[in-house]
Design a protein around this ligand. Structure first.
Ligand code: ATP
Length: 359
């Protein structure tokens, strides 16, 4: 079932936290709401769940308008950051609780709980109490409780944030796998871009109560719509510098810290503003021979080994540093001269005044 938001706004007093959102979460897809703390992700999820009323606008599940319905009438299941398991009940009772409340008979309940427990690989834990479980196991019980009811829509609010880094990585893969098996429309809130990029079919990047871009992980990574998305997605973050659009020998160039870079072919710069921001990801910057065309000279400011790669931060103008992510075998001495090459095909350009991408 798809979920459609129509002119959806929310204010708390004079604080408008969601600004007229129009968005469709397609049926059977896993969609992430990604954005910094306070951008309105949780508020939006709670409105879809029916835990928060809209100030304006409508919410539709398939062809049914739901914003006047209580949470219980929406057939959704929500998994929170705190798993909120019932401490006195064992795992089986925790998973089956929602079915019991709906009056399902014990044998049928036990069968459904058994199936879900098997999928989640917690069948051997059914008789345990929550306090005798690890964080990851508790998280699975919480998921089981949500899954067993066969909801139309799954809503998840940072469900992995209480787990340690290793378990989070494992659970990411498992959640993705569950989704592929169950194919329930899922909306997942996180501020962790890696989580969003690895798990989702689609990502809605939010800032200040507005969806800045809605697309596949590849789209938001490769073709960020504006400076906010470009800077928020990707690690280490994209390098940015103001550049001036000029011409040399009849060809357009981008003037970056005293270097004239040939303007990449993939931009139509006719009518472009002269003040631009150039963006390039560290993965698309390499260390080059001095004097190569389009090479940017500088001084090594910092280097950092990150496993098989090395980050080299090079000062290309006072207070302007670009990071290159290179093989760990590339070595540079601190304060030594270094020359950077920006892959022309991977350069992003933004209007410095509006922040919008030129592509
Ligand atoms: P986080 O990742 O920190 O949870 P978020 O993106 O989920 O952030 P929300 O929790 O949706 O953000 O909050 C958005 C804004 O709405 C914040 O400024 C918050 O202070 C405000 N807000 C949320 N709930 C209420 C409330 N019940 N009353 C007043 N203001 C609220």
């Amino acid at each position: 079932m798809d979920v459609r938001l129509e002119g959806l706004s929310k204010s708390f007093g004079s604080n408008q936290v969601l600004k007229s959102l129009d968005l469709t979460f397609p049926e059977r897809r896993f969609v992430t709401l990604l954005g910094p703390s306070g951008c309105g992700k949780t508020t939006l999820l709670r409105m879809i769940a029916g835990l928060e009323k809209a100030t304006e606008g409508a919410i539709w599940f398939g062809g049914r308008r739901v914003d006047h319905l209580s949470p219980g009438e929406r057939n959704i299941a929500m998994v929170f950051q705190s798993y909120a398991l019932y401490p006195t009940m064992d795992v089986a009772a925790n998973i089956g609780y929602g079915l019991k409340v709906r009056g399902m008979a014990k044998p049928e309940r036990a069968e459904k709980v058994g199936i879900v427990a098997k999928v989640l690989e917690i069948a051997h834990l059914l008789a345990r109490k929550p306090k005798a479980l690890s964080g990851g196991q508790r998280q699975r019980v919480a998921l089981g409780r949500a899954m067993v009811r066969k909801p139309d829509i799954f809503l998840m609010d940072e469900p992995l944030s209480n787990l340690d880094a290793k378990l989070r990585t494992t659970m990411r893969g498992e959640l993705r796998r569950f989704h592929l098996d169950l194919q329930t429309t899922s909306i997942y809130v996180t501020h962790d871009q890696l989580e969003a990029m690895t798990m989702s079919d689609l990502v809605a990047v939010m800032d200040a109560g507005v969806v800045q871009q809605f697309g596949t992980p590849e789209e938001v990574y490769d073709r960020p719509a504006n400076l906010f998305v470009a800077g928020f997605i990707g690690s280490p973050p994209m390098n940015f510098a103001e550049v001036e659009l000029g011409a040399e020998g009849g060809r357009p160039v981008l003037r970056l810290a005293g270097t004239a870079l040939p303007a990449p072919d993939h931009f139509d710069l006719a009518g472009a503003p002269s003040r631009l921001v150039l963006g390039i990801r560290p993965q698309d910057v390499s260390v080059a021979e001095p004097g190569a065309e389009g090479a940017v000279p500088g001084t090594v400011w910092m280097t950092e080994l990150i496993g098989s790669e090395r980050l080299i931060e090079v000062e290309i103008a006072p207070k302007l540093r670009f990071t290159a992510e290179v093989k760990s075998s590339v070595r540079c001495a601190l304060n030594a001269p270094a020359t950077l090459r920006l892959d022309p095909g991977r350069i992003h350009l933004f209007d410095a005044a509006t922040g919008q991408s030129l592509a």
